[in-house]
Design a protein around this ligand. Structure first.
Ligand code: DX5
Ligand code: ZN
Length: 221
């Protein structure tokens, strides 16, 4: 079944506890937490203390998406704060440092993940794939919720899925940016198995029905 990871970037931060507690009953599989540093992306969001606080109230796995420059400086602290999946960007550091960051995440018992921005080609994930438990394909420029879905990223999803199959790896493909029921279907058809949804989830009149609709997307339907 397709997994759903609501992005709390679109939550009501005044009522963050209420919104996080509502994710499990709505059927969400992960909690997507967007960390931005104002350097790797032109926006600032939340950091380690907030991840720690979310950990205290969320039984769901925390899917932490680091949009920060040279994440190797912080990965161990995000693991200790309670991340279950920790994603770093290929564009955020040198290949050697990115490999080292992924190894640190793995050593902490957390699922290592790599992400690619829209302009980064599929093959950029290859040096990291053996180490990764998830690949996150961006379908918007990282930095903000509520942007339009880039359908031209679908071949990249298919190519990354092909690499994973060819190497016989146990690695999920997650898509982030502009995902709703219609665009989510396109992603699943292209080979995605985890869908991040921020604005579409938090604006849905019935979030449980929205999650159920995404869960129901299947390449064979
Ligand atoms: C954007 C973030 C996304 C964002 C998605 O940089 O990585 O997770 O919250 O928001 P929507 O689903 O509204 O595009
Ligand atoms: Zn994200």
């Amino acid at each position: 079944m397709v997994k759903v990871s609501p992005s709390i970037l679109s939550a009501d931060f005044v009522n963050l506890e209420r919104d996080i507690r509502s994710l499990g009953p709505a059927g969400a599989d992960y909690v997507h937490v967007d960390v931005m540093d104002g350097l790797f992306v032109p926006n600032l969001t939340i950091g380690i203390p907030v991840v720690q606080a979310i950990r205290r109230i969320s039984p769901l796995p925390l899917d932490v998406h680091l949009m920060i420059d040279r994440p190797i400086r912080y990965v161990e602290r995000f693991c200790a704060a309670g991340a279950d999946i920790l994603t770093v960007h290929v564009e955020a550091d040198t290949e050697a440092n990115t490999l080292e960051a992924l190894r640190k995440i793995q050593a902490a018992g957390v699922r290592p993940a790599i992400s690619v921005k829209p302009a980064t080609p599929a093959e950029a994930v290859l040096p990291y794939l053996d180490l990764c438990s998830l690949v996150l394909v961006m379908t918007v420029e990282p930095g903000f919720g509520g942007q339009s879905f880039m359908a031209d990223m679908m071949p990249k999803i298919t190519e990354i899925r092909r690499y994973i199959t060819e190497k016989g790896l146990n690695c999920e493909v997650e898509v982030d940016g502009g995902v709703n029921e219609a665009t989510g279907r396109t992603c699943v058809e292209a080979g995605a198995d985890v869908l991040v949804a921020g604005s579409a989830y938090f604006k849905a009149p019935d979030p449980a029905a929205f999650v159920a609709a995404l869960h129901g997307l299947d390449t064979h339907s």
